[in-house]
Design a protein around this ligand. Structure first.
Ligand code: 4AD
Ligand code: MG
Length: 482
């Protein structure tokens, strides 16, 4: 085979009829009769396959036998107008090489519809399906768009540590990091684990959030954002929770809660617009996939708006902004509450909202994304700024249809005495967070920030319904394969 450079299938398809090209990729399907073989080839550059047309008498029957679903091949040939329907160009193959065969008896992915559950078991091969190819391309586009959005606004990207000594959210859901010999744990005189003998001379864990360190950077650089992995050992086996997920956390000096909401709403709309403009083929595929799936569902379980319309709706409409207190009134008087349809009934002010309540507000009551603000202090983290009423804090959560909470954030408590009082009230160890408290002593400033759960965003943009299907290798309770 000649040493001609490989052309990506995306480029071949967009250029149209052209000279000779070399393509490489994985075989999706092959149909063959005595005179001709049709091979659908995909290299991940686009959802579309390139049709290769091969003459068995020139390519060789024996070689074509190895061209089966899942095999990796390289092919050279002329790009010509297609005779068949379904594609505008195809390749007339002159030479073909099998780079890696795939035993058809053993290859797990067949050219048919597999269940999402089965594909999770073979997560190492699922990028070779149309659905996962589309999801990974969209995931990439969203990572790029997030950096572009913040870069264009002059935010600096900060890498915050993955190993920390703190539990920023105070929920006690951290994964321990240790190099101690678990068979032989050193104890101190009091009989407790002697972390002085551990790698860092102290107790450490995987981070649950980069926020606290992000705040330190914002108190010098004004506008920063983090985009890193976060780890939570919460044992919730839901379609919205991962033990390892990625979070985007901007932190902005001189910004109050309203500025924070404005930034988050602008960012979410920017990301959805970016996907609509730059991922049209993949979104069209996922949109049709959802319409096909909905046909097999009961009427009440079908999507009211198709994926593309849901995305456009978010871009075109202002988010509803209400306080927690207003939300409680709506929920208390709602039908599912009165008819005892909620699993957790709302009887008064102060209750934490469950995902059923969030989804009622967004999907049934307002039918729009909702920003809830000013939550009771007792159900939120220690670092949120106390409001003048002494009962609520300057918190905000953004709730999305089909998802529930997608963003959580707040204005931060920048007043030293008030922060200390909250830490004492909530038993947050002040000695471990001495550096965080110091920023309130040395040049403190009003500031705000939020966290966007990256996989929840990808759920929304792709219309997928299980968070395990929007991250390449999901980590959930009992599952860390691959
Ligand atoms: O609301 P959370 O816990 O907020 C924080 O961690 C703050 N430190 C953020 C900040 O103000 N800088 O988490 C933020 C978002 C949630 O709204 C949700 O989208 C996502 O992270 N999230 C999860 N995503 C997947 N799996 C989990 N277990 C998640 N927990 C939170
Ligand atoms: Mg939250």
């Amino acid at each position: 085979m000649s040493k001609q450079k490989r052309t990506k299938i995306k480029e071949v398809l967009s250029v149209g009829v052209s000279d000779k090209a070399v393509v490489k990729g994985w075989v999706r399907t092959k149909r063959q009769n005595k005179n001709v073989a049709f091979i659908a080839l995909n290299d991940g550059s686009t959802i579309h396959n390139l049709q290769l047309v091969a003459d068995p008498s020139t390519i060789g029957e024996d070689l074509l036998k190895l061209v089966t679903t899942g095999a990796c091949i390289s092919a050279e040939g002329q790009i010509v107008a297609s005779q068949g329907s379904g594609q505008s160009v195809e390749m007339n193959v002159s030479t073909l090489e099998v780079l890696g065969s795939a035993d058809p008896e053993k290859y797990p992915l067949q050219p048919k519809k597999h269940s999402m559950e089965f594909l999770r078991e073979i997560a190492y091969l699922r990028p070779r399906t149309n659905t996962f190819g589309a999801i990974y391309r969209i995931r990439h586009a969203m990572i790029f768009a997030i950096h572009k959005f913040f870069n264009d606004k002059g935010f600096l990207n900060i890498h915050t540590p993955i190993i920390t000594g703190s539990d920023a959210e105070g929920a006690g859901e951290t994964f321990r990091v240790t190099s101690l010999d678990l068979e032989n744990i050193p104890k101190n005189e009091a009989g407790e684990i002697d972390f002085k003998k551990d790698f860092f001379d102290k107790e450490t864990n995987l981070t649950v959030s980069g926020q606290l360190e992000g705040e330190l950077a914002a108190m010098a650089l004004s506008e920063i954002y983090t985009f890193g992995p976060t780890f939570r050992a919460e044992n919730s086996n839901t379609t919205r929770h991962l033990a390892e997920f990625w979070m985007i956390e901007p932190e902005v000096a001189f910004a109050d809660l309203e500025d924070n909401m404005d930034l988050a709403e602008e960012m979410l709309k920017y990301l959805v617009s970016y996907a609509l403009e730059n991922c049209a083929d993949d979104l069209a595929f996922l949109n049709q996939r959802e319409i096909d799936e909905d046909k097999n569902k009961k009427a009440e379980d079908r999507n009211e708006l198709c994926l593309l319309d849901r995305l456009k709706f978010v871009v075109d409409n202002d988010f509803v902004r209400i306080t927690y207190t207003e939300a409680i009134d709506i929920l208390r008087n709602s039908k599912p509450n009165k008819k005892k349809k909620f699993q957790y009934l709302i009887d008064g002010w102060g209750a934490d909202l469950q995902s059923e309540h969030e989804r009622f507000l967004v999907e049934k009551h307002f039918k729009k994304p909702v920003i809830l603000s000013d939550y009771p202090k007792d159900i939120k983290s220690f670092y949120m700024r106390m409001n003048d009423d002494g009962k609520t804090v300057a918190a905000m959560d953004i709730l999305f249809p089909g998802i529930g909470e997608i963003v959580g954030g707040s204005q931060r408590e920048e007043r030293y005495e008030k922060l200390v009082a909250r830490m004492d009230e909530m038993n947050v160890p002040k000695d471990e967070l001495w550096w965080y408290l110091d920023t309130r002593k040395f040049g403190t400033a009003p500031h705000s920030g939020y966290g966007l759960g990256f996989e929840r965003m990808i759920l929304f943009v792709t219309g997928m319904t299980n968070i395990r299907d929007v991250i390449p290798f999901p980590r959930t309770p009992g599952n860390a394969e691959f």
